[in-house]
Design a protein around this ligand. Structure first.
Ligand SMILES: *[C@@H]1O[C@H](CO)[C@@H](O)[C@H](O)[C@H]1NC(C)=O
Ligand SMILES: *[C@@H]1O[C@H](CO)[C@@H](O)[C@H](O)[C@H]1NC(C)=O
Ligand SMILES: *[C@@H]1O[C@H](CO)[C@@H](O)[C@H](O)[C@H]1NC(C)=O
Ligand SMILES: *[C@@H]1O[C@H](CO)[C@@H](O)[C@H](O)[C@H]1NC(C)=O
Ligand SMILES: *[C@@H]1O[C@H](CO)[C@@H](O)[C@H](O)[C@H]1NC(C)=O
Ligand SMILES: *[C@@H]1O[C@H](CO)[C@@H](O)[C@H](O)[C@H]1NC(C)=O
Ligand SMILES: *[C@@H]1O[C@H](CO)[C@@H](O)[C@H](O)[C@H]1NC(C)=O
Ligand SMILES: *[C@@H]1O[C@H](CO)[C@@H](O)[C@H](O)[C@H]1NC(C)=O
Ligand SMILES: *[C@@H]1O[C@H](CO)[C@@H](O)[C@H](O)[C@H]1NC(C)=O
Ligand SMILES: *[C@@H]1O[C@H](CO)[C@@H](O)[C@H](O)[C@H]1NC(C)=O
Length: 526
């Protein structure tokens, strides 16, 4: 026994050494690629990231997964543009390739997502989306940077990353995946629409698709909320809490459970008149005056274009308090400002308070590099067997979940397929009590990113990444996704409750007892 133990240990050490050597001696040969960093990184390392732009607010990343070979590269995407691409190639590779995505307008490599997929032994890549830092300023007079942002950064990372992976392991990739949320969700959808060969399986959360209209909408909401927070009609943070409590009061029981969480906000049509100040109101900060009421009503409506066509749906009820700091807080949503100033008008002095229908029409026509990402025909992707698992938080304050339902209808009507046909390649899960990509009062950990959950807790029924692999490789399509609410949102403190999130267009209804924490009391109804 003793001998066996030590031989195995020695074998382990020499394997690790040979992997480290293999890493250090790796000389990839790929056009337009310049390797800047090549290093063996053992599990447990606190990786320092000095090159990440300071505004990305990430200069280190814990490696909690597995030992890997790190390759950081500069990749030319045109004569005037480049991406920074990072690849993590694990020791115990599972034969799968995975690309991560980005967020907002940001040019930041999402190391946290790379480290997350590394935990499951994927060969992972992530890129900076063609520019450095969170601002949209690099778009200014740089069409190549806008083009990278619209589609080319991810696609280039995939083309290069696949070659790199196969050269490193001297073995073909068995399957290719994507994981991203928000802008990352849009990037996943863009890949399916434009490069159907890039991925076998795509997990796209809270997609920022119909991107131009989304950008119009956020700016429009900010202007209705108002930029003068001293105005009598400005709705304060406190008042948003009061409004939301009333929305919950009116709509919480629609799903059968009074737990503060709406399972189907589409069915909620709140009547805000109940909040109007009565003539004898003694406390003006607990009710809506006339101007506040007008704004609040508008902030629950969709955006229509100048000819009266709906171009972006309403913010779903339940999302409003969360929109306070970024959209309703008295300033205009920063991404809208940056997008119009730098990518659309190429004028840093453009005044966002002038935003109106003329700007929406102009942007519709411009649609830089087809960034709209609204093609409803996924047949090239579907017919080669590709699968998309998409999810959206029902308390998302930045990208309304109603837009994901709207795309589902667009897909269904474009492809002339009922839900049973869509189910073959596209499944959309509405995650109650989830804010934007993570956070919120519900069972929001669905394995979309690292939230402290140990790897052995994950299964294809409670982890979107495992679910997509199981669907692509074993044909096990996810019927629902079981989310976990951790005590104090801290996975080391155990489970507070779990809930099965239904696939669209089904909705969750509670027939159990108590307040909804009994997982088996829920069922998905059509
Ligand atoms: C990693 O190192 C940085 C300093 O370089 C430190 O601020 C951070 O707390 C460390 N993280 C962990 C998990 O130790
Ligand atoms: C760069 O410019 C040269 C000369 O104009 C052209 O031949 C080449 O294709 C360009 N490369 C890229 C990556 O666009
Ligand atoms: C890729 O798939 C083949 C066939 O299923 C399998 O034999 C091989 O081990 C897989 N490769 C890796 C690296 O897992
Ligand atoms: C981003 O930063 C990296 C590292 O400092 C640099 O090599 C790269 O050229 C920068 N990218 C752009 C588009 O400026
Ligand atoms: C109003 O806006 C100003 C300037 O942004 C800020 O300093 C102040 O805290 C805001 N007041 C409230 C009540 O939000
Ligand atoms: C007025 O209502 C606000 C919001 O509900 C509350 O915080 C405050 O204590 C109330 N003031 C009085 C005097 O009742
Ligand atoms: C409004 O949207 C519809 C549908 O996309 C379009 O046909 C129409 O031209 C748009 N109107 C304006 C003024 O952009
Ligand atoms: C946008 O997409 C359309 C339709 O797929 C295509 O014809 C056009 O060339 C694309 N435009 C750009 C700038 O990529
Ligand atoms: C999570 O809970 C553990 C165990 O109680 C505690 O040690 C840890 O500090 C908590 N983490 C956070 C981020 O609060
Ligand atoms: C729901 O009920 C359970 C069991 O009675 C209780 O432990 C839990 O605190 C309640 N949760 C909420 C959100 O009220």
């Amino acid at each position: 026994m003793l001998l066996l133990c030590c031989l195995l240990t020695l074998a382990g050490v020499s394997y690790a050494q040979s992997f480290a050597e293999q890493c250090q001696s790796f000389r990839p040969s790929i056009p337009n690629v310049q390797v800047n960093v090549l290093e063996f990184v053992p599990k447990g390392t606190n990786l320092s990231l000095p090159y990440n732009d300071a505004s990305c607010n990430q200069n280190w990343q814990s490696v909690y997964g597995t030992d890997f070979c790190r390759v950081a590269m500069d990749v030319r995407t045109s004569n005037t543009s480049n991406i920074i691409l990072e690849a993590w190639l694990p020791t115990n590779w599972n034969g799968r390739f995975l690309s991560t995505g980005n967020g907002g307008l940001a040019g930041c490599i999402q190391y946290a997502d790379i480290a997350y997929a590394n935990m499951y032994n994927f060969a992972v890549v992530g890129a900076n989306n063609g520019h450095n830092g969170t601002s949209g300023r690099p778009f200014l007079n740089s069409p190549g940077v806008v083009e990278d942002f619209a589609y080319r950064s991810i696609h280039t990372g995939v083309v290069v990353g696949k070659q790199l992976t196969e050269q490193f392991y001297s073995s073909p990739i068995n399957h290719s995946y994507y994981l991203g949320c928000s802008t990352g969700g849009r990037q996943g959808m863009k890949s399916a629409q434009m490069f159907p060969e890039d991925f076998d399986g795509i997990v796209a959360g809270a997609p920022a698709f119909d991107f131009n209209h989304l950008t119009d909408w956020s700016g429009w909401l900010s202007l209705i909320a108002g930029t003068d927070n001293t105005s009598a009609s400005f709705i304060t943070r406190n008042l948003w809490t009061i409004i939301n409590n009333e929305v919950i009061r009116q709509c919480d029981s629609i799903d059968g459970a009074v737990d503060g969480i709406l399972e189907d906000p589409d069915l909620c049509q709140p009547k805000l008149e109940t909040l109007l100040c009565s003539p004898d109101a003694t406390n003006a900060s607990a009710c809506l005056n006339s101007g506040q009421y007008d704004r609040a009503v508008k902030l629950f409506e969709p955006l229509y274009n100048a000819s009266g066509t709906l171009i972006y749906p309403r913010l779903q009820p339940g999302g409003h308090p969360g929109a306070y700091p970024l959209i309703f807080g008295g300033q205009i949503f920063q991404y809208t400002v940056d997008w119009f100033r730098y990518a659309v008008y190429k004028d840093p002095s453009w005044d966002p308070t002038t935003l109106d229908q003329a700007d929406f029409t102009y942007l519709d026509k411009l649609d830089p590099y087809n960034i709209s990402t609204w093609n409803g025909d996924l047949s090239p992707f579907a017919s080669r067997g590709g699968k998309i698992l998409t999810y959206h938080g029902l308390q998302d304050p930045i990208i309304t979940s109603e837009n994901s339902g709207r795309y589902y209808s667009h897909l269904s009507s474009t492809m002339r397929l009922p839900p049973s046909g869509i189910d073959e390649f596209y499944r959309y899960f509405r995650i109650s009590g989830l804010s934007h990509c993570s956070g919120g009062p519900g069972a929001f950990d669905v394995g979309q990113r690292y939230l402290g959950r140990p790897a052995d807790v994950s299964t294809p029924t409670n982890n979107v990444l495992q679910a997509i692999v199981s669907w692509v490789e074993d044909g096990q399509a996810p019927e629902y996704i079981e989310g976990i609410k951790w005590v104090n949102n801290n996975a080391s403190q155990g489970v507070a409750f779990k809930r099965r999130h239904c696939r669209y267009p089904r909705r969750n209804v509670y027939t159990g007892t108590g307040n909804g924490t009994d997982e088996n009391g829920w069922q998905c109804v059509f």
